[in-house]
Write a protein that binds this ligand. Structure first.
Ligand code: NAP
Length: 457
């Protein structure tokens, strides 16, 4: 497996990395396990908090330099990369502030005696992460688990190796001992062997359904706890009373941020018939006004996709949609730039028998559905194998809340596109996966809630 940075704006190979050997994996697991043994009963939490505080400082001090690495790896706009570095720094602040509280024993009082639950580390975590938010994806599992006392080994996407290594190097520079976070350039088989190792106690993956199934199978075979953060086909339901100007102001970020390559991007816009024509006009205006170009240029507003492979896959999906009756309202034209650009595209007339109806399109493609009554909108939103997030947009917020509660997803946003903050639990249901990252729920994903009970005689 080739770990390479191929800049998707220039198509140039900028960095290549050697595959990690089995001996290096063994050394990594030995060092990580030794740390776990030191940390499992709460040892050195104060030191770990200092290291994470320093990590936050380094992220802020080096924001532009680190953001540039991500932009070269997978093409995202430099401003978006800088925002991602800042978000990771905010995770440092949040978990340092909350670690003591989350790890404090919980007392239990019963009629037959008293006890308490210790919240302890469980062991090494194997993290398999994607390319679309190269730092954020690592940070959201590494920071809480390091504080909890779980060392982490990382297999990152093969197309953003420079970002993964830069993050691991920064953790080391912040003072983390060897074995705290080790970035490995490993094959799928080596991932399986790591999961099978008895020192490894947890497995987390963010990625596609295909990758999730493969890694979750390895975890299940070895009885290792896992969390899966998988794809989404998020609905954006507009209610009939929505203000069209306010709505228009969030369409770009809801669909085109990160060139549309966000698991929680709104992918299916479900619009009432009273607003449908105007919505399409506004969406066309927004899609046609983007500026494609160098992602390092702050005036660029639409980045290339992360790789040639991803662009080819998206084009195939759009072709499939059209071959099965979808109508192109805007876009789907070749882009005269050498990078992996995909023209923002708006599709309508996707019927339930269209094979694309239940597929995630991971790029700048919006599907628009028309509805007549609100129940129909809820039914369209729920008619999906996925259940990651959704948005409900309306003037009447209490109506929006009622609708949000009826959508089968792990997250809902009212009058906003998707968002991720350290205090908001992140994750889905159905084929979008299981378990949560971030917030207190995410912090507890790989904790042993260890009961100690003292019955009265
Ligand atoms: P992917 O192919 O599943 O890759 C994700 C990671 O899994 C990569 O590191 C990949 O390594 C690895 N991987 C894939 N198959 C594997 C296997 N059999 N054994 C071990 N490792 C394996 O996902 P992607 O298509 O690049 O990423 C985009 C997907 O991620 C989208 O569906 C998106 O919605 C989802 N996503 C979800 C969330 C969330 O929080 N729910 C967040 C971001 C993205 P290689 O690169 O070497 O193949």
């Amino acid at each position: 497996m080739a770990y390479q940075t191929i800049n998707p704006y220039t198509n140039q190979v900028e960095h290549e990395y050697q595959q990690t050997t089995d001996e290096e994996i063994e050394q990594t697991l030995t060092a990580a396990h030794a740390l776990y043994l030191k940390w499992r009963n709460g040892g050195e939490l104060a030191e770990r908090k200092q290291i994470i505080t320093r990590l936050g400082e380094l992220l802020r001090e080096r924001k532009h330099e680190l953001a540039t690495i991500m932009t070269h790896d997978m093409g995202k706009l430099i401003g978006e990369s800088e925002g991602e570095v800042e978000l990771c720094a905010s995770f440092c602040d949040y978990y340092v502030e909350h670690a003591d509280q989350y790890l404090a024993p919980t007392p239990i009082y019963t009629e037959s005696g008293n006890g308490y639950v210790l919240h302890q580390a469980t062991g090494i975590l194997m993290a398999v992460e994607p390319w679309n938010f190269p730092f954020y994806q690592i940070a959201r599992v590494f920071i809480p688990n390091f504080l909890a006392g779980n060392p982490m080994v990382l297999k990152d996407a093969s197309n953003c190796p420079t970002s993964a290594q830069a993050f691991a190097d920064l953790v080391k520079e912040a003072g983390a001992p060897e074995g705290s976070l080790t970035n490995l350039f490993v094959s799928y088989d080596q991932v399986g062997a790591i999961i099978a190792d008895k020192r490894v106690q947890g497995v987390c993956l963010t990625g596609s359904e295909r990758g999730g199934q493969a890694v979750a199978t390895e975890a299940a075979k070895n009885l290792k706890k896992s969390t899966m953060e998988l794809g989404g086909n998020d609905a954006f339901i507009v209610l009939p009373d929505a203000d069209i100007d306010e709505l228009a102001s969030i369409i770009y970020s809801a669909r085109l941020y990160n060139a549309g390559q966000v698991c929680t991007s709104s992918k299916r816009f479900i619009i009432p018939d009273n607003l449908y024509d105007e919505f399409l006009e506004r969406a066309k205006e927004i899609f046609s006004s983007v500026k494609m170009g160098d992602p390092m240029d702050p005036s660029t507003t639409l980045a290339p996709m992360n790789s040639e492979k991803a662009k080819r896959k998206l084009q195939k999906q759009v072709d499939l949609a059209i071959a099965n009756g979808a109508k192109v309202v805007y876009g789907n034209q070749p882009v005269d730039l050498e990078g992996q650009f995909f023209m923002p595209t708006i599709l309508t007339n996707i019927t339930k028998d269209n094979p694309i109806f239940d597929q995630e399109m991971f790029g700048p493609v919006m599907s628009v559905y028309k509805y007549h009554d609100v129940q129909e909108a809820i039914d369209i939103a729920n008619d999906s194998s996925y259940g990651l997030g959704n948005t409900v947009f309306a003037k009447n917020v209490s109506e929006a809340r009622k609708v949000a509660a009826q959508i089968d997803t792990g997250m809902s946003w009212i009058n906003s596109g998707w968002a991720s903050l350290p205090e908001l639990p992140f994750g889905g249901v159905k084929h979008s996966g299981y378990g949560r990252e971030l917030a207190e729920q995410g912090f507890r994903s790989f904790i042993n809630d260890h009961l100690v009970y003292e019955p009265e005689n």
